[in-house]
Design a protein around this ligand. Sequence first.
Ligand code: NAP
Length: 298
Amino acid sequence: MTDLLVTGAAGHLGQRVLHHLVETLGVAPSRIVAATRKPEALAGWTERGMTARAADFDDPASLDTAFSGAKRLLVVSTDAVGAPGKRLEQHLRAIDAAGRAGVSHVVYTSLPGAYDSLVSFAPDHAGTETALKDSALPGWSVLRNHWYAENLLHALPSAMASGHWYSAAGDGGIPYIARDDLARAAAAALASDFSGKRTLTLGGDKTHAAAEVARLVSAATSKPLTVVPVSIDDLIKGMMGAGLPEPVARTFASFDANTAAHKFEIVTGDYKSLTGLSPQSLESWIKANAAAFTAHPG
Ligand SMILES: NC(=O)c1ccc[n+]([C@@H]2O[C@H](COP(=O)([O-])OP(=O)(O)OC[C@H]3O[C@@H](n4cnc5c(N)ncnc54)[C@H](OP(=O)(O)O)[C@@H]3O)[C@@H](O)[C@H]2O)c1
């Protein structure tokens, strides 16, 4: 019986969800359909008895074939940065297809405070949450995933090279969480027998402002890192000066705007309730990944 389905199975999160389903939770690979635009990338899993199917949210027909027989389905949100509205269209196609396939429970990866967030693509997540609520699906779990600790590796290696981290986040904090911990949570939600409707916010146990992150990274790497406060407009100009297209620079700057407005400061016990575990602390994650902060920025 193939009753559990993971979309976006070739992505970073999707791969770790498959890992946690099989290795952490002991789910038989024969129960799992790994759906992706790139089934050929999943040979390692199909050799172990998993089923790989082609699924592209831009191709509804592919979803009808891919979702056939699934009872519980994880929709991993897509990654269309700088294309407002595109993710929402993609997610709506996935939810519609889940309904047509008779799926009983959809798990969806959203973002914290979806309806109230200044993150530029938050409306895509809010719209998806609303579509789930308005759907005829018997049950769903919205997992509002907090900011990955891995996101720090986008800006900080180049900031480490100069020792200056230009930030418009002010003293706003984020309860960063490792992507692998979120994959464990998504696997737990998918494999559970929860059949109702719930919205969980999954993040670390405490928030960290940029100055505190800089202190932890400096301690772990033995290299200086100072936060240089800038305005949102100057941050956007700086990113564009470094070669980022304006829509992408504006998207990244919206993360700082949301942080500065203290809108990421949502700490809950939901991670522990779902998994029975505490997430890795940011300090421990930074220590374990110290070398990546000082790697030459690509
Ligand atoms: N909380 C955070 O800090 C944070 C950070 C980054 C991203 N995210 C969100 O979380 C998601 C998973 O993160 P990640 O680290 O795994 O990102 P990633 O490695 O960049 O993966 C992107 C994901 O989007 C899927 N995707 C893209 N276009 C698709 C389409 N047309 N149809 C179906 N799936 C499509 C990919 O699936 P396949 O390649 O398997 O088809 C893949 O799972 C991201 O897509 C994004 O929405 C959250």
